[in-house]
Design a protein around this ligand. Structure first.
Ligand SMILES: NC(=O)c1ccc[n+]([C@@H]2O[C@H](COP(=O)([O-])OP(=O)(O)OC[C@H]3O[C@@H](n4cnc5c(N)ncnc54)[C@H](OP(=O)(O)O)[C@@H]3O)[C@@H](O)[C@H]2O)c1
Length: 257
């Protein structure tokens, strides 16, 4: 596959580039700053900004898969809307053929009342990005990781959860923890897994050794209900009718491959 990494210079994106290369894919990286793109020479670096539809269009041409691990990093409500959500909207709008998508959001994305979401709207906009992906018609897997690299050295046994209820309420590592490398491994593995299609999962690790075969983990998950904007077991607390008009318009306009 030709895999486009969005957020390739980020803390997870760098692992995505490495995992995708190791899996034998050809990697294209969309980066803002070429000087930060210290990847192996085989990586096709495209300079652009996810908030600029023109540069996004140049990056998506000819790709077979897209892995999103971007983030606005303290950009507040504007960053959540223009980067966390805007990247997904702009990439989906630019795609001109069916691709496989792996989207990273966050554990707790359905928790709207916590102080973090109240101040940044990060969860709300990431969930809107999830909804665009589900509505887009592309094959996808949505991964909601726990707290990055807060795992102990012996916490490597991957656990896939659904419904966003076991974690995601404390806004602390008590929600669940996972290594950055394993997040990238799950995202990249999902691209070629039949069992991972149309599935949404929270990703954490518990005490134990890492599994070598992820297929049984993907296969045990429920697929998102056909036509639903949310994961099957997600709490229904962000009704479409109360969403901003621009978000509802994006859902209508999203291009079907
Ligand atoms: N920390 C946790 O435990 C945790 C848990 C779950 C989810 N998350 C979420 O994970 C996301 C990523 O976190 P991270 O720590 O990996 O962040 P990061 O290291 O700051 O990576 C973010 C990536 O997005 C890129 N980016 C930002 N704005 C962009 C733009 N306008 N155009 C193109 N690329 C852009 C950055 O590019 P540059 O290199 O140019 O800045 C960088 O490559 C965050 O949204 C966070 O909410 C975090």
């Amino acid at each position: 596959m030709i895999v486009l990494a969005i957020g390739a210079t980020g803390s997870i994106g760098r692992h995505v580039v490495a995992e995708a290369l190791a899996a034998g894919h050809t990697v294209r990286a969309l980066v803002r700053d070429r000087a930060r793109a210290d990847f192996p020479a085989s990586v096709d670096v495209v300079v652009g900004d996810v908030t600029n539809p023109e540069t996004v269009a140049a990056a998506v041409h000819g790709v077979d898969a897209v892995v999103f691990t971007h983030g606005s990093d303290g950009g507040g409500k504007v960053g959540s809307r223009t980067v966390d959500y805007g990247a997904v909207r702009n990439v989906l709008a630019a795609l001109d053929r069916p691709v496989r998508i792996a989207l990273m959001t966050a554990i707790g994305v359905t928790n709207r009342m916590g102080a973090y979401n109240q101040s940044t709207e990060s969860h709300d906009w990431k969930r809107r990005a999830e909804r665009l992906v589900r509505a887009s018609g592309h094959e996808y897997t949505i991964v909601r990781p726990g707290w990055f690299d807060d795992n102990a050295a012996d916490q490597l046994r991957l656990v896939f959860q659904q419904g966003d209820s076991q974690g995601g309420t404390s806004s602390s590592p008590a929600d669940g923890v996972i290594s950055r490398r394993q997040i990238a491994q799950v995202l990249v593995s999902s691209l070629t897994s039949e069992s991972a299609r149309h599935k949404t999962l929270e990703l954490v690790a518990e005490t134990g050794t890492a599994q070598t075969d992820l297929e049984p983990l993907f296969a045990a998950l429920e697929a998102d209900p056909a036509g639903s904007l949310d994961g099957g077991a997600d709490v229904d607390n962000q009704p479409l009718a109360e969403e901003p008009e621009s978000v509802r318009a994006d859902l209508v306009a999203i291009r079907q491959p």
